[in-house]
Design a protein around this ligand. Structure first.
Ligand code: KIV
Ligand code: NA
Length: 267
């Protein structure tokens, strides 16, 4: 099976076919999601939270992104892999061009994602052959500027602005736009205004695609998740019971049994 392309995503939108995206941070997860047929994988800077244990995505470095993007790219043969440009890695055009180049050339992803209005950078990257996914609405790298992770675009004026911003990113050459934590009506308006696909997270049912953080949707982490996270599995519960059974069997001497031992007689 050939790899999904940015052109495929556009034709999904024009045919009205919805598609799924999930995050992946490591080889095993990425290989599993790819084999499951997920067409779009994001090496998100949320790895700062779910892999590294930080409170926000802000401390994530370029080196960490390259490291995780490499592992995911090595595992994936079918999905289009998008790597996040982390906080502070695209403050200038030159830095943005260099760092996006690292993710594509060193780490082997097919596209990059960046947050907010960086029209000139998006134009430069697409001209140099690097597809860019935009990200508007709640942009977690601006956590301190926004005063926390809050729902965005809550007024008519803010929705008008969001549509203008989205059109500018499309004009600059973005191949898709991620919309995070905005009212469904806002996401619908943006989706209708754009010819590139929108991918929502906490943005209601009318986006062209939907993305979730796999760690959250698989129930791998404990603690609070936002309203839009649906748990499709409770893996942490499974893991806890598996490791507790192992420890109990070790204590009572029932593991390893002869089935799990080399019962050879010595020569
Ligand atoms: O890093 C991430 O996980 C994201 C989400 C919005 C999917 O950007
Ligand atoms: Na991100």
């Amino acid at each position: 099976m050939r790899r999904i392309t940015i052109q495929d995503l556009r034709s999904y939108k024009s045919r009205g076919e919805r598609f799924a995206m999930l995050t992946a941070y490591d080889y095993l997860t990425a290989a599993t999601l790819d084999k499951a047929g997920i067409p779009l994988l994001l090496v998100g800077d949320t790895l700062g939270i779910f892999v590294q244990g930080h409170d926000t995505t802000i401390p994530v470095t370029m080196d960490a992104m390259v490291y995780h993007c490499e592992m995911v790219a090595r595992a994936v043969h079918h999905a289009l892999v998008v790597g996040d440009l982390p906080f502070g890695s695209y403050n200038t055009l030159e830095e943005g061009v260099r760092n996006a180049g690292r993710l594509v050339k060193e780490a082997g992803v097919q596209a990059v994602k960046l947050e907010g209005r960086h029209d000139a950078l998006i134009q430069r990257l697409t001209q140099s052959g690097i597809p860019v996914m935009g990200h508007l609405g709640l942009t977690p790298q601006s956590y301190h500027q926004l005063g926390g992770n809050k729902v965005q675009a809550r007024t008519q004026a803010a929705v008008e602005q969001l549509i203008q911003d989205a059109l500018a990113l499309e004009q600059a050459g973005a191949f898709a736009l991620l919309l995070e934590a905005i009212p469904s009506v806002a996401a619908r308006a943006v989706t209708e205004a754009l010819s590139i696909p929108t991918i929502g997270i906490g943005a209601g049912p009318d986006c062209d695609g939907q993305v979730l953080v796999s760690t959250e949707m698989l129930g791998l982490h404990e603690g609070q998740s936002p309203r839009f996270v649906k748990r499709y599995a409770q893996l942490q519960t499974h893991i806890t019971s598996a490791v507790q059974r192992f420890a109990a069997e070790v204590r009572e001497g029932s593991y390893p049994s002869t089935d799990h031992s080399y019962n050879w007689s010595l020569k």
